[in-house]
Design a protein around this ligand. Sequence first.
Ligand code: GTP
Length: 340
Amino acid sequence: MTVPKIPVIVLTGFLGSGKTTILKHLLSLDEMRDSAVLINEFGEIALDHHLVADVREDAIILASGCVCCSVRNDLVRALCELWVKAARHEIPPFRRVILETTGLADPTPVLGTLAKNGLVTSIYRRAGLVTTVDAQHAMAQLEHHPEAVKQVALADQIVVTKADLTGPEERAGLVRRLRTIQCFAPILESARGNVAPNDLFGTGKSTNGSRPSDSSADEHAHDGAGHVHDGSVRTFSIETGMLSFHRFALWLATVSQLYGGRLLRMKGILHVDDEPTPVVVQSVQHVVYPTESLPRWPSGEPRTRLIFIVQDFDDELIARFRTSIAELAPDADATAMHVP
Ligand SMILES: Nc1nc2c(ncn2[C@@H]2O[C@H](COP(=O)(O)OP(=O)(O)OP(=O)(O)O)[C@@H](O)[C@H]2O)c(=O)[nH]1
């Protein structure tokens, strides 16, 4: 008797395009609860697994670094461990795996691993690459970041996100641009992560792993040299204590206007005055999104943790960001606050 292989859905999409938002929505649906989740983040501090924790506590975080480069072995290990743990009843059984990549991932080696690694293919099958495309930012991202183009080119299913924040003409223009890169994959629109699993995994042409262009993904699959990210893109994180929310909001509004084009992504959890629970803050380039609250501190002491993914920032500018954040503490001298 052959045991059916467990489908692995890869969720990719450029920085801040809405992967975690969709993942959270999917995991909140009854029919998707039996999903195991792997999350890969770029940067020293992982945050996304905390954001999905209220719907799926046991999301596994892949070591920091990009899954398309240094952590491919971690992916193999994590997939094998999942299977072993479920077999030993240490975790609930699962019927699919959803892997969220970093926003800078080239999905090629991930797809290659899913298609070619003997250990992985004995248990799992690749069940499609879903690419989120940010209706607010994608035009510029596709222009400047080859990773964004690759994510679209390899997609089995494209989801244009942030439909609630953009007009139909803007989205129609984006779809025309996407069709110059990818003419096959179905394109869905979503607002606030709202997508039906059937639309995502039912209509994508490779839900059975038979995508005609699979072979190209596999052949590129990685030569061993790894995918090189644009050297001008860097990440840094800042950990600190309590901040004044009011001053932080002002600071963020200012830096996102000043540096928006180069401040590709910022996300973090804040320990702020008057708030017992963490406040989640996020921005993508010039756009600062509404804050959310997490129900509790993930672990240990309340602490502010911020992750920045930036382009063309030198060491001095990063140092200035650090100094200016330190000046946002509630007890800091208000007149001393300056923008980096
Ligand atoms: N209004 C609105 N906001 C959205 C939508 N999708 C995502 N956002 C917001 O955009 C920000 C980034 O969304 P995420 O889901 O974290 O994006 P991501 O692709 O997981 O980000 P990275 O993992 O950092 O690359 C968050 O503040 C979301 O709340 C949407 O469809 N509508």
